[in-house]
Write a protein that binds this ligand. Structure first.
Ligand code: ADP
Ligand code: ZN
Ligand code: ZN
Length: 704
């Protein structure tokens, strides 16, 4: 090394945001100074643009990028300005990104740049320095304030229950091992899981480490943040999610990266936060589908959290009342350490589940069946006692479709294979898939019949029917329509907490996480749809949603005995409801796993889904047919199941035709090897297929 002149340039690899369709997957070669450390941000030229890149690791001596010829050094362009005021992103962080890009079949540069704060990419070295200085100043001021408020003594904490203590001991024991096993914390709602997260975090902070806590939804971050802030007074806590302003996001990200933030709370993108002293990862509600990114790199933050824990040798705590069947199977097989919390704190009982058989109702034309007389009686009883009820229906709008019974016209969306939903409040027909909105016609557009009627019911109509059936009751509704404005969800939730609402109507939005103290009745008025879905995960989602919704009731021990969950169903004998009635997740999981095993579905098989979108049915279908032929020509496809291309369940959205093709493999490694060999063919086919707008691969898809 010593005879190399200090200003000599060498070949460096830089990860840049090259779009997936360019076919570039690895970092690109540039010329840079000898001492340019991997993990440093640099400006480089890509084509004619100046872009931000991230210095990546050199390839091991003598190894070339498979399938790519590297340019001779004489043809390489020099790197531009380096943002070396920022400590480099760590080796472990880069290994996480390498893994994720590889596993989800994206380019590492695309993924790495996409998960950095957008503002970081716009800065030059001088601007970055200014930002860092500003941050230093702010921290110095805050540090002084914290010091004035005396050292961060923990406020009073509840004494742990025996079960909680055992759970915490188990996590501490894992943390003390060389390579901690992931823990699956299985506990009912209200069993004190969050308290365990707080205590485990406390232990990590005491070791001088940083803690990463993931939550499924932005809506749930404020209340969790409040709980952590209350417990960890004087500690530095930041949040990371997509609702932050670009400036906040950069500030919070920097606080984590510089090691100043001790606790980082965030949604799925936070799994990529740079944390130099990471000591613990918590994934709350680990079963929640929101952990899966639905476009671009379709990563699972839950799965990446587990990988990151393995990489960094830190404990990962996955918490849920209804774990994903993947995690449950890992626990059964011994890969995860299962930790159980089987009792509600303070002795609160789970609500009694009543399966109300809709077949018993007298059927009269024109009479609404949404609200059976016994359910109305149960609601009335709560009203009289001054207790709250939650009525749950996972469908917003007034009615899913308008219908003319003269000519059978239906309010179909002109651009999608779906109905337009009738929203009564603003008299519109809205498509929930493409967003198109039209005025409600006065008469049937097809035959002129003035008597067009809504069919079925959504939350708007349910709210109206409840108000009519229970005069004097204060009925409120929370769904995506009522919470569009910033701050509206918070104020509506506050009204419920303050007791200004007797009956709350809502979608899954209210089923999750919220700690409503005074609800003693939860009713699901029409949950049957998911029993017969073509998606094999629909029952799993329904079960967890209903368990979670039921968990809203009886949180207050004083009222727990009287709390009930009502399920109005046409199929009361269904195994799912039978398990739900006994709060028996284990039995439900066992029956689902048995079905999955005999059908060769995850977690016993590994799936990838290729989706294609085209301007015509032919374009989308022919692309996948050609892709399938290319797959069959590959020796690596031997032993895989390649399903024929089929239209997606909603085949047309916004005038785009959508097809998908499923690939099933016995092992992850086999699937990975095959995809790596096959995807280059798809890039070639895409260029040839006229009318194909997009295609994408989804590894471990959640919705089929
Ligand atoms: P989960 O996260 O499992 O739903 P939480 O941790 O939120 O449960 O606990 C439910 C309620 O019980 C919360 O109000 C919490 O403050 C309280 N709690 C938790 N652990 C204890 C304890 N050991 N003693 C007293 N109260 C507790
Ligand atoms: Zn008509
Ligand atoms: Zn539409």
């Amino acid at each position: 090394m010593s005879d190399v002149p200090p200003d000599a340039l060498r070949r460096v690899r830089v990860a840049v945001e090259a779009p997936q369709h360019s076919g570039l997957t690895g970092p690109l070669d540039y010329l840079g100074p000898q001492d340019l450390t991997p993990g440093t941000l640099v400006h480089v030229t890509l084509g004619r643009r100046d872009v931000m890149g991230l210095v990546w690791d050199d390839l091991p001596e003598g190894q070339d990028v498979p399938g790519e010829d590297r340019l001779p050094e004489s043809e390489l362009r020099p790197v531009g300005e380096a943002l070396d005021a920022l400590p480099p992103l760590s080796d472990r962080w880069r290994r996480l990104l390498d893994f994720a890009a590889n596993y989800y079949q994206r380019s590492v540069g695309e993924l790495a740049l996409a998960v950095l704060p957008p503002q970081l990419r716009e800065l030059d070295a001088k601007q970055l320095q200014a930002r860092l200085k500003k941050l230093d100043k702010a921290d110095a001021a805050a540090g002084k304030a914290a010091a004035d408020a005396a050292s961060p003594i923990l406020p009073e904490r509840p004494a742990l229950s025996a079960q909680q203590q055992a759970a915490l001991d188990a996590i501490d024991a894992l943390a003390a091992t060389e390579a901690p096993q992931p823990a699956l914390l299985w506990g009912l709602t209200g069993s004190g899981k969050t308290e365990i997260y707080l205590r485990a975090a406390e232990a990590a902070l005491a070791r001088g480490q940083q803690v990463l806590v993931l939550v499924p939804e932005i809506n749930l971050t404020p209340q969790l943040e409040a709980r952590f802030a209350e417990r960890f007074v004087g500690h530095s806590i930041v949040s990371l999610h997509s609702a932050l302003t670009p400036a906040q996001r950069l500030r919070h990200w920097l606080a984590a990266h510089l090691g100043r933030a001790q606790l980082v709370l965030g949604t799925r993108l936070a799994v990529f936060a740079s944390l130099p002293r990471l000591g613990l990862i918590v994934v709350d509600e680990e079963h929640d589908p929101s952990y899966k990114q639905q476009d671009g790199a379709r990563y699972s933050a839950r799965d990446l959290a587990v990988y990151r824990g393995h990489l960094e040798r830190v404990p990962v705590v996955l918490g849920s009342a209804t774990p994903s069947l993947e995690s449950w199977q890992h626990a059964l097989g011994g890969r995860y350490r299962r930790i159980d919390l089987t009792e509600r704190i303070g002795g609160g009982a789970l609500p009694r589940v009543r399966l109300f058989d809709m077949n018993r109702l007298e059927r009269k034309k024109g009479v609404t069946t949404a609200l059976s007389v016994p359910l109305l009686d149960a609601l009335r009883k709560r009203l009289d006692r001054g207790e709250q009820s939650l009525v749950f229906l996972n469908r917003r709008g007034y009615a899913p479709v308008l219908h003319c019974d003269q000519c059978n016209w239906k309010s179909d969306c002109p651009h999608c294979s779906a109905h337009q939903v009738f929203h009564r409040e603003d008299r519109t027909l809205r498509c929930h898939h493409c967003g198109v909105s039209t005025r409600v016609p006065r008469a049937c557009p097809s035959c002129g019949n003035p008597d067009i009627a809504p069919l079925g019911r959504g939350t708007e109509r349910l709210e109206e029917q409840l108000a009519a059936a229970l005069p004097g009751a204060r009925v409120a509704r929370i769904d995506a329509d009522t919470t569009r404005l910033k701050g509206s969800l918070e104020s509506q939730l506050a009204a419920v907490h303050d007791g200004d609402v007797d009956i709350l109507v809502g979608t899954q939005m209210v089923a999750k996480g919220h700690d409503f103290r005074r609800i003693t009745l939860v009713a699901a008025v029409n949950p049957d749809g998911a029993l017969f879905s073509s998606d094999f995960r629909a029952p799993e989602r329904l079960f967890s949603l209903l368990m979670q919704a039921g968990g809203r009731a009886g949180r207050d021990a004083a009222q727990a005995a009287a709390s009930e969950m009502w399920i109005q169903t046409w199929y009361p004998e269904h195994a799912l409801y039978q398990s739900l009635q006994k709060h028996d997740y284990e039995a439900f999981a066992a029956s689902q796993l048995a079905e999955r095993m005999s059908a060769g579905l995850p977690p016993f098989a590994h799936l990838a889904l290729v989706r294609a979108e085209g301007r015509s049915v032919e374009a989308a279908r022919d692309f996948l047919t050609a892709a399938q032929e290319a797959a069959q020509a590959l020796p690596l496809s031997l032993g895989l199941l390649l399903y024929p291309p089929v239209p997606m369940s909603i085949a047309r959205v916004a005038d785009v035709e959508r097809f998908q093709m499923l690939i099933e493999a016995g092992s992850r490694a086999q699937l990975q090897r095959f995809l790596r060999a096959w995807l280059p063919d798809l890039h070639v086919l895409k260029r040839r297929q006229k009318g194909l707008t997009r295609w994408a691969v989804d590894v471990d898809p959640l919705a089929i």
